[in-house]
Write a protein that binds this ligand. Sequence first.
Ligand code: NPG
Length: 369
Amino acid sequence: MRIEHVELREIQMSLIAPFETSFGRTERRRIVLLRVRDGDGVEGWGECTAGETPFYNHETTDTAWLILTEFAIPLILHQELTHPSEVAERLAPIRGHRMAKAALETACWDLQARREGRPLWQLLGGEREEIPCGVSIGIQPTVDELLETIEREVAAGYQRIKLKIKPGLDVERIARVREHFPTVRLMVDANAAYTLQDAPVLEQLDAFDLMMIEQPLAFDDLVDHATLQRRLQTPICLDESILTVRHARQALEIGACRIINIKLGRVGGYAEAKRIHDYCAERRVSVWCGGMLESGIGRAHNVALSTLRGFTLPGDVSASKRYWEQDIIDPAIEVTPRGTIPVPTGPGLGYEIDHERIEALTVRRKVLS
Ligand code: NPG
């Protein structure tokens, strides 16, 4: 495999409804898309999951654009590679900036799968023909709106509901939700909004039979999470704190979590995602695939990742129509009434790229060849 041509685009897309987390509110996405092409004209597509602001992690749409154009793409362009798993190694000299690197790495995996004329999920070693889906519900203005939203998503068939929490909008709200939905599989996500001093509040969440509490403490912490996990019955799931398989090993060794959320962007692409997955699978630790308000291309990559054997828990991979009026792939990602996404059978990502739509949404473009 030899990449001879790379095209970067920034597209802008408005969300159907604003999405609010403990760190902020997103209404409009600025997404970097990447198209790689080899000498035979075979293409691959990747999406950068960096947000518009550096509040989930340090990366943003603009830092990713800079790192990709100035540093990452030049390390890959015109280089002979025997397998897409080598891309991450070549990019390793760039410290951090994993979302930028993942956009390029995942595009190269898609290209290789298309070269071989087979689905990307098979190239990755996936085994599932449909993946279990959950939804993530942002912080809602009122409890009534929250209950209504949950009602709708449960009716659509989603297998679990994740609710965003933050200090002050936690125990009471979750109590109300549990009262209305006594048997729904529920979890909460704090996006690092608490400290160990809040342990007494978080302990109260044990009463609601939650599947897990995701990333309650700081984005760069493991040790306090271990202390907190000893005080909680509810499993802690780590997201922001796990960037590498080394972090996963350390977290599990000290008991900082019992579940891990794997996001392609956060960990730098498929090579590291697979390492984390394999490490957890050997130890019977459940993992699931997170979401970053992706367009169809990122969503399709998440579907492919979720076919790996260890992705036993429903992830945050949900239907395109929950976020977008019109997606940039065809067909859009759809969820069955039993809360699953059937895995596509075509080559590469397995969805058609809607070039016209992408062109219409593009606000800047750069070609490196
Ligand atoms: O369905 O794509 C989705 C959203 C899933 O809740 C979700 N993502 O922290 O996991 C998260 C959260 C997020 C949203 C992170 C926006 C960053 C930005």
